[in-house]
Ligand binder design. Sequence first.
Ligand code: ZN
Ligand code: ZN
Length: 288
Amino acid sequence: MKIRWAGVLFLLSSALVGFIVAPVYFYRHPLAAFDVALFLLYVVATLMAITVGYHRLYSHAAFRAHAIVRFLCLFFGAASFQQSALRWASLHRTHHRYVDTERDPYNIKRGFFYAHVGWVILRKPVIDYDNALDLQKDGMLTHQHRHYQLWALGAGVVLPLFLGALAGRLIETFLLTIAARLAVVHHCTFFINSFAHTFGTADYDPHSSAKDNWIGALLTNGEGYHNFHHRFPSDYRNGIRWYHWDPTKWLIRALSWVGLTSELRLTPAASIEQARAETRALRASKKI
Ligand SMILES: [Zn+2]
Ligand SMILES: [Zn+2]
């Protein structure tokens, strides 16, 4: 299997700078409120852009979104350095369709490491854009795909450095808002494919490796109720109870109150109960 050295270098250098160089630097140079505020803003914005935008909106069409929301998802999604929304959504649709098989791009059967990050650095996935023809009609989305490097550098590097320079905190911004933030957001997102396919319960689809787990939900911005999600992927929620930690769901719902999202798709309660009952019956008959 070929190692993609550019990917290894990028992931390792952001983690080394963010998790080792940054703490050493801040041991001698005190943190300012600006450093923490910009870091948190970028963590939340880029994680939400992936879970609200790349995942639930573009991959699963779980709701409709106003152009402002779509722009913000594409802008901060590019800033997370996880490729274009079109590429991400197409790969993710392949994951759902062929989950746990050789054609699953982040197949957990190849091991936790492979599903987490190995697939990014060990082989170049073959992408079938034919499964995302609907997305290719969206001009803003295809612009982000065609000019991805420009979007990613502008949103993820140039804008934070510009803000950092204005505040006189250029080095601090580079260490925290670029390096540490990239490493944190990368691994939180990667946990959806590794942790959420390993630990937890399977009450909706016992044949899938996807699992429901509140710790996974904490790590992945609400995507940890992954067994439910694989059974009902077009539901805008992953955690269906009000107390389930699913900030992605809460943001989509809150945006609908001001008209920025609409047509939020909900699975009928009867279908959810039927899936649970089928799983219970299979377990009782010891077929799984
Ligand atoms: Zn999955
Ligand atoms: Zn999904």
